[in-house]
Design a protein around this ligand. Structure first.
Ligand code: F6P
Length: 547
């Protein structure tokens, strides 16, 4: 019988800091932020971090100095320092897939040395980056021509999950820096509508497809890629046109070749880059095409700055560690089910969606590294919308609902689109929301406003609702890199403490396998054995389609 390669660890619930936190949580549960600020008026200057270009105010959390001390002890007792070193030095910490986890190598400077199985991977990383840059320059300058001699004006990235969410998010986030005379679109869903709508107004002679897939076997991506090929050839007629209108981003050269894309037009990456950690690898080719190599490299520099901060800063001053611990505090000791991410910048409209994969595919696990069922909550549900839209939608529940929902407010001091007083209005809402959530409005205050007694309970805001405020200077490529790396490492911090493998994703497999089986039945050739619900649904679908 084979055994798990996981090192033996003291179970989380047996760590002294975990036990102490459980007792401590009961003692502080009744504390109100009003009281905490009254007792310590300087709290708002004290409980802040200002590093790697990000100012984090975490004073509006239901914590005391003791809470923080215990959380930091928990990080120490969980061996976080040793795990950080293991990740950065290329140890195979993704034990269920026997892989190193080295997205940090993607943004390492040229002279860094990071070894996987004895090989320094940094030169390869830079070689791919240089090839991407040369290709981007040719497309952006018009030197690269399509099959009929026309310049490429449209770029469509076809990919899903990590091969889509990062590129879409980064394109939207950095739109200000992007080529406005080019069209960038993203096709991910196997729903034909996605492809049809993305291409309906485009000319195939001017369109380049980037087929982005780590494995180059993903059903959705391969289906869309075949459709794209057929769509291109309908206009271009000649199969040789594929060489001018298709490039691939993948780790699987064999499958790329089988698809008919010349591997000279393939940009590689490596099995030590997880899909959801790949936006700064060649998967970011569409981002580079949109914003140019220089801006892409600036984004990488931002990532690297946060990597270095995470790797070297003491835990008490470490942004990802502190953020990871604070969210764990509510998740495990207040039974909070979710975290709301609320970017007050329209360019970050896809940031919550991006974070959903990063956080939930990483930490949505119910067994420990050694395969035992955990006895505590792991990854919370991430969700959110850009402010101020969310305020007119779901904030009601955050303010007056029955659940604790820790919130991350993200704002910028400077706007990229200075229009009248828009930015002050926007940011006034950030500050007002976090203030209202923390301090609320007492019955006395409501009464003083002349509210009739019967209406008072409805107008009371209990407050004591926790939030982080992340304040950055301006949404530059560097800032985006720092922000994404901040969340990547906060997720890692939590995964280490929960003793789970944050880098595999077995949970998405079963649905994929079953769907493949059912496709045959929908196409009429096979009939499968299912439960009565699934069978009836399949029968009804077939009947309605006249099958
Ligand atoms: O959804 C599962 C998953 O494996 C993700 O982790 C990954 O980002 C996505 O599918 C796409 O995979 P690929 O890049 O191999 O097409």
């Amino acid at each position: 019988m084979s055994t798990s390669p996981a090192a033996t660890r003291t179970p989380l619930a047996e760590l002294p800091a975990w036990k102490a936190l459980a007792t401590h949580a009961e003692n502080v549960r009744g504390l109100h932020l009003r009281q905490l600020f009254q007792d310590d008026p300087g709290r708002g200057q004290r409980l802040v971090l200002d590093a790697a270009g990000i100012y984090l105010d975490y004073s509006k959390h239901r914590i005391t100095d003791e809470t923080l001390r215990l959380l930091l002890d928990l990080a120490e007792q969980s061996g976080l320092r040793e795990r950080i070193d293991a990740m950065f030095t290329g140890e195979k910490i993704n034990i269920t897939e026997k892989r190193a986890v080295l997205h940090t190598a993607l943004r390492a400077p040229k002279d860094a040395v990071i070894r996987v199985d004895g090989e320094n991977v940094v030169p390869e990383v830079h070689e791919v980056l240089d090839r991407m840059a040369a290709f981007s320059d040719r497309i952006r300058s018009g030197a690269w021509k399509g099959h009929t001699g026309k310049t490429i004006k449209n770029v469509i990235n076809i990919g899903i999950g990590g091969s889509d969410l990062g590129p879409v998010m980064a394109y939207e986030a950095l739109r200000h820096y992007s080529r406005r005379d080019m069209v960038f679109r993203f096709v991910s869903n196997v729903d034909g509508t996605d492809f049809a709508e993305a291409t309906q107004d485009l000319d195939a002679e001017e369109t380049l497809f980037i087929i982005s897939s780590k494995t180059f076997t993903t059903l959705e991506t391969m289906t869309n890629a075949q459709t794209a090929r057929a769509w291109s050839l309908e206009t271009l007629k000649d199969p040789k046109a594929v060489a001018k209108h298709f490039v691939a981003v993948s780790t699987n050269a064999q499958e790329v070749e089988k698809f008919g894309i010349d591997t000279a037009n393939m940009f590689g990456f490596w099995d030590w880059v997880g899909g959801r950690y790949s936006m700064d690898s060649a998967i970011g080719l569409s981002t580079m095409l949109a914003v140019g190599p220089e801006n892409f490299r600036a984004m990488l520099a931002g990532f690297h700055e946060m990597d270095e901060h995470f790797r070297t800063a003491p835990f008490a001053k470490n942004l990802p560690v502190v953020m990871g611990l604070l969210s764990l505090w509510y998740n495990d000791f207040f039974d909070a089910q979710t975290v709301a991410v609320l970017p007050y910048d329209q360019y970050l409209k896809r940031f919550p969606a991006y974070l959903q994969q990063l956080t939930m595919e990483s930490n949505g696990k119910h067994v420990t590294l050694s395969g035992e069922r955990v006895g505590y909550n792991t990854g919370p549900i991430y969700w959110g919308e850009p402010g101020t839209n969310g305020q007119h939608s779901f904030y009601q529940l955050i303010h007056q609902g029955t659940r604790v929902i820790p919130c991350d407010f993200i704002g910028f001091s400077k706007t990229l689109n200075p229009l009248g007083n828009h930015h002050d209005l926007l940011m006034a809402n950030v500050f007002a929301q976090t203030e209202a959530l923390a301090f609320g409005k007492t019955p006395e205050e409501v009464k003083e406003e002349g509210t009739p007694d019967w209406l008072v309970p409805h107008r009371v805001f209990e407050g004591n609702r926790p939030s982080n405020t992340l304040l950055l200077d301006e949404l530059t490529p560097e800032a985006l890199g720092r922000l994404v790396a901040l969340y990547e490492h906060a997720v890692f911090t939590q995964g280490v403490i929960w003793q789970i493998d944050s880098f595999d994703q077995w949970g998405v497999e079963l649905g994929k396998v079953l769907a493949k089986r059912i496709v045959g039945e929908l196409e009429g050739s096979e009939s499968g054995k299912h439960d009565s619900s699934t069978t009836t649904l399949i029968d009804r679908y077939r009947q309605q389609r006249g099958q």
